[in-house]
Design a binder for this molecule. Structure first.
Ligand code: TXA
Ligand code: MG
Length: 539
């Protein structure tokens, strides 16, 4: 079959695509998530063509793309109030809503189900093509079944040239992972597939939402998938992918020992790696990882990678969608090379990190108290004291002992001073921290906690496989700081203002725990986090 290449910026080409689709043909179109392979959703023979071109199993239903909210009422039997709220909040956008279908939607489109998946895309070209076609368009991702989804035009060309009538070149897809799929057909709304709209954003609109077990875990035999697409091997490049659940330092050590491997890693990992690499964003930016992920999988193929070791993403925010795709690309293969997890505690001053560390210690975790290590007399050797004197004045050392007050007063006067102090002291503190960490490992600890006020500034997060943010409301924090440090209210407020925004901590965290006076059952919450980590470390 000859495949026409159309230009997204030419009105004539959009009309041409619409005519092909209206006549029952197949056209690959750009959307904000990934490219889709479109056909007239209401015509059985047209939809049959999609399954044939992709090699897609017939029981895997398709998403029907619309260009106006009113079409939801034409395709769904019944539109519950939650659907209206979701559409208002997220359409046009990367959200798919599953509703009971009307008879006009053929069984082939819905994979034999009584329901229909609807999405109003936030991409001008996609909507223009739907309008030009004059019918809703069924469109799965425009890849061969099982392969990574296409986020660049070249990916679509590779998979579908010669198999479909036309491809529209619309450049790169800005979101990079598919839409979030939410079912409103059972009792409680359910997340079937994480995607471009985060779970937190859905909770903000819906309140409670169930997360289908297939989102994170392999379906055990005999269980049926609420979303049939979740049961198939997916997103797989030619390379064998192995997920590595470890801190950046442990990840690099593990991968560097593999003679055969490529690293599928974060940009921060690059300086530590001695094997060929493909990056998929930075460690704390889920949206950036989503944008890069499928391109990175395609790049692994282009590099001829045999095995790729993927540094595990966080499951926070957009990270959940990234994790969901990557774990499927890896066929659920997962390694925890150290046999343990290191949890870095973070959070603003007064949130109660140390109280959380104490509870975790009672739960059997090994705690490394970095403040205590910083204050330990033996930590600064003679060479270190000399460096401090050269930098901040002879008198910061008196009778062989550090005058901490004077040192702090001098160092904290300027940014440069602070940096210089860190440069001199951090390696020594790190030595102490690592010694304490090694002792916990030697004692067989599965979960080790770093209680470090400057976790990120000191680079200690590179030794952590998880970040746990402790947060509390402003009033609680204020009174804690006043009491703990003996400050008046004005000074305590100044201290709070000098801190990072709450989002700084929360966006970097795998877990967020609320530690306000009435913050619920902290023990239970931490117990379940520690239990989960211990299981993952042993498994
Ligand atoms: O972002 C996206 O959603 C992209 C672009 C092209 O819009 N499309 C896409 O389609 O990802 P596809 O076919 O690759 O994935 C559709 C997912 C599958 O997991 C499928 O099982 C599920 O949605 N799905 C579709 N209809 C369903 C239904 N009636 N009930 C449950 N799951 C359904
Ligand atoms: Mg797909």
């Amino acid at each position: 079959m000859e495949t026409l290449i159309l230009d997204a910026h030419r009105e004539r080409d959009i009309q041409r695509a619409g005519a092909i689709l209206n006549a029952g043909g197949l056209v690959a179109i750009p959307t904000e998530t990934v490219y889709g392979l479109a056909a007239n959703a209401l015509r059985e023979e047209a939809v049959r063509g999609i399954f044939a071109a992709k090699g897609r199993p017939g029981d895997n239903p398709l998403i029907v793309h619309i260009s106006a909210v009113s079409q939801m009422y034409e395709l769904a039997q019944h539109v519950p109030e939650e659907a209206v709220r979701l559409a208002e909040a997220f359409w046009p956008g990367p959200l798919t809503i599953i509703l009971p279908k009307r008879a006009c939607v053929p069984d082939i489109t819905s994979g034999g189900l009584k329901t229909v998946a609807l999405r109003l895309p936030d991409h001008k070209v996609a909507r223009a093509v739907i309008e030009a076609a004059g019918v809703p368009l069924a469109a799965p991702s425009a890849n061969l079944s099982g392969r990574p989804s296409p986020t660049a035009f070249s990916h679509v060309q590779q998979d579908l040239t010669g198999r479909v009538d036309a491809l529209i070149d619309g450049g790169d897809c800005p979101v990079g992972v598919e839409s979030t799929v939410v079912s409103l057909c059972g009792g409680k709304p359910a997340l079937l597939r994480p995607g471009g709209v985060t779970l937190q954003a859905l909770r903000d609109v819906l309140g409670d939402i169930a997360v289908d077990p297939a989102v994170l875990e392999k379906l055990t035999d005999g269980r049926t998938a609420a979303s049939p697409g979740m049961k198939y091997t997916h997103y797989a490049p030619k390379a064998k992918i192995i997920m590595v659940d470890a801190s950046p330092v442990e990840y690099a050590a593990y991968v560097n020992e593999k003679a055969d491997g490529h690293a599928l890693c974060f940009e921060e990992d690059v300086p530590r790696l001695q094997v060929p690499q493909v990056c998929y964003g930075t460690r704390y930016d889920g949206a950036g990882q989503a944008r890069r992920l499928f391109s990175a999988l395609h790049e692994l193929d282009a590099a001829g990678a045999g095995t790729a070791y993927a540094h595990i993403p966080s499951k926070n925010g957009m990270g959940l969608a990234v994790y969901n795709r990557l774990v499927r690309a890896a066929g659920f293969r997962m390694k925890n090379p150290g046999g343990h997890h290191v949890v870095g505690l973070t959070g603003p001053s007064g949130a109660g990190k140390t109280a959380v560390a104490k509870i975790m210690e009672k739960l059997g975790c090994g705690v490394v108290d970095c403040d205590e290590i910083t204050r330990a007399p033996g930590i600064y050797d003679a060479a270190c004291l000399k460096e401090l004197q050269a930098a901040f004045g002879e008198d910061v050392v008196q009778e062989g002992a550090l005058n901490r007050g004077l040192l702090a007063a001098r160092a904290f006067r300027t940014e440069e001073g602070k940096e210089l102090l860190n440069r001199i002291t951090h390696p020594r503190i790190l030595g102490g921290v690592m010694a304490a960490y090694e002792a916990h490992v030697a004692a067989g600890c599965r979960v080790i906690v770093f209680d470090a006020p400057t976790l990120f500034e000191a680079g200690l997060d590179s030794y952590c496989s998880r970040i746990l943010a402790v947060v509390a409301d402003a009033q609680t924090r204020l009174s804690r700081i006043m009491r703990r440090d003996g400050l008046d209210e004005a000074s305590a407020r100044l201290r709070m203002q000098a801190q990072q925004e709450l989002s700084f901590f929360v966006n970097r965290a795998d877990h967020v725990v609320e530690n306000s006076r009435d913050g619920g059952d902290l023990n239970k919450r931490l117990g379940s986090i520690v239990g989960g980590l211990r299981e993952k470390a042993e498994g």
